[in-house]
Design a protein around this ligand. Structure first.
Ligand SMILES: Nc1nc2c(ncn2[C@@H]2O[C@H](COP(=O)(O)OP(=O)(O)OP(=O)(O)O)[C@@H](O)[C@H]2O)c(=O)[nH]1
Ligand SMILES: [Mg+2]
Length: 439
């Protein structure tokens, strides 16, 4: 996501770092580069103009920021300006009374239904009781698509295939949610290829009946400026409280992210970065700005890691390792923890300096799956006491895990090496765990 912008800005940042003085030429050249980068990334033209004008005002005749070089000062000011354009982080509104209804609106195929599932999963993980429901009465499969998705994440889904009045449906769902003690009800609505009056009227009516805490426009980032134009119409007719940008993982140039706030006057609340249900996150302007400027997305990396790792488990593991009790069972758990963080390449890409170099990196997750399968095929006794694994046991394990004896030997060897290493660390007192997998 934001590869194009990141690439352009990283180049610019590198160039600026070499600048000794903040003279007119440096400033003019930087502004020219920035303007070009923003336009190429499909940022709204007026937003670009304003951006350049504001930045210029801050740069001309300015003293260096204390402790920073000329180039660093410019970079810092660009960063501030990007932040300004993105606006402040804007979390989901807390409902005054439950259920808090979140309406998702937008054109056909922008990702409303997928996003309903993603948002439900996220809210559920934060401890809210969540339900989803679709008011799309025209497409027969619409409700089913949503409910299947909801089922996969164990979230309630309301449906009524017989009711053909979307407004009545919405009211009915809200009552159901009220009875069920739901804190957030996510309403997926029908999409259309083009804006049409009938649909708009329907949305306006639904809104007036269910009093949503949020009306979020789901925008396909791949559609660039078109998406913003459509969002403007929705905003005028229905009234939006925010935007969710989807498909930022694709070839989207990303400029839309920098345009929404200034053009529409409402914040981006979430972003979708893939087809999978976990490819979704709140929109944090500072992280995005850092990412665009190529400064690495450390904060989200840490958060992702924290969410996945059960701290107690990690501590317990560290203790076991300290006492050199580390078993194959523990190894398996360690692998699980790391895999819970999401696809490894996503994580590696967030490390500063690694992202741009690993554009086409693919981590071999199959290897992890193999190790796990092998350990799974062992008996508990074997996991605790690997030295009892003789030839015939190895054969059985290989067969059970669909691997070969060579694979089994490799896992055992890696395990032994890890354990040796841990003993050594224990002696020297140096400890950096639980993140040293045999890779
Ligand atoms: N790559 C990528 N694909 C996405 C993302 N979000 C949704 N999609 C895909 O976009 C397609 C359409 O998604 P839906 O959720 O069905 O879209 P919708 O807005 O509900 O469509 P209608 O109900 O027909 O209006 C699906 O193939 C999704 O997998 C995303 O963030 N990244
Ligand atoms: Mg849909």
């Amino acid at each position: 996501m934001f590869e194009l912008l990141t690439e352009k800005f990283s180049g610019l940042v590198e160039k600026l770092k070499r600048a000794k003085r903040l003279d007119e030429r440096t400033v003019e050249e930087a502004l020219k580069d920035i303007r070009r980068a923003l336009l190429e990334a499909d940022v709204n033209v007026e937003v670009v103009q304003q951006f350049i004008k504001d930045l210029k005002g801050k740069l001309v005749d300015r003293e260096l920021i204390k402790g920073l070089t000329a180039g660093e000062t410019v970079v810092k000011l660009i960063y501030d300006e990007v932040l300004e354009v993105l606006g402040e982080h804007s979390p989901l509104q807390k409902p005054e009374k439950t259920p808090g209804v979140i309406m998702l609106v937008g054109l056909q195929g922008t990702g409303k239904t997928t996003t309903a599932g993603k948002l439900a999963r996220l809210l559920k993980s934060k401890g809210y009781t969540v339900a989803v429901a679709s008011t799309d009465v025209r497409r027969p499969a619409a409700m089913k698509q949503l409910c299947t998705l909801a089922q996969s994440i164990d979230v309630k889904c309301y449906a009524d295939e017989d009711e053909k009045d979307a407004v009545k449906l919405a009211e009915k769902f809200v009552k159901q949610a009220e009875n069920d003690g739901i804190s957030y009800l996510i309403l997926d609505t029908a999409g259309r290829l083009h804006i049409d009056e009938e649909l708009m009227d329907e949305l306006v009516l639904i809104k007036s009946r269910v009093h949503p805490v949020e009306v979020l426009y789901v925008a396909d980032a791949m559609q660039g400026q078109d998406a913003i134009n459509t969002a403007e119409v929705y905003h005028q007719k229905v009234g939006l409280t925010g935007v969710i940008l989807t498909k930022l993982d694709g070839d989207a140039k990303g400029g839309i992210a920098l345009s929404v706030r200034r053009v529409l006057g409402v914040p981006i609340k979430f972003i979708g970065t893939g087809e999978k249900i976990e490819d979704f996150q709140p929109f944090y302007p500072d992280r995005i700005a850092q990412r665009i400027l190529g400064l690495g997305d450390i904060q989200s990396l840490i958060e992702k890691m924290q969410a996945a790792i059960d701290e107690d488990k990690a501590e317990e593991m560290a203790k076991r390792v300290m006492n050199a009790e580390f078993t194959l069972e523990d190894l398996k758990e360690q692998i699980n923890m790391i895999r819970n963080l999401g696809p490894l390449e996503n994580i590696l890409k967030m490390i500063p300096g690694v992202g741009s170099k690993l554009k086409h990196l693919k981590v071999d997750e199959k290897k992890f799956i193999k190790i796990e399968a092998i350990i799974n095929s062992m008996t508990p006794e074997e996991r605790r006491n690997p030295q009892i694994i003789n030839g015939s046991r190895k054969r059985r394990i290989a067969r059970g895990s669909g691997t070969t004896i060579v694979d089994v030997n490799q896992v055992l060897k890696q395990y032994k090496e890890m354990k040796k290493l841990m003993k050594k660390m224990k002696k020297s007192g140096k400890m950096k765990l639980p993140f040293n997998l045999p890779m």
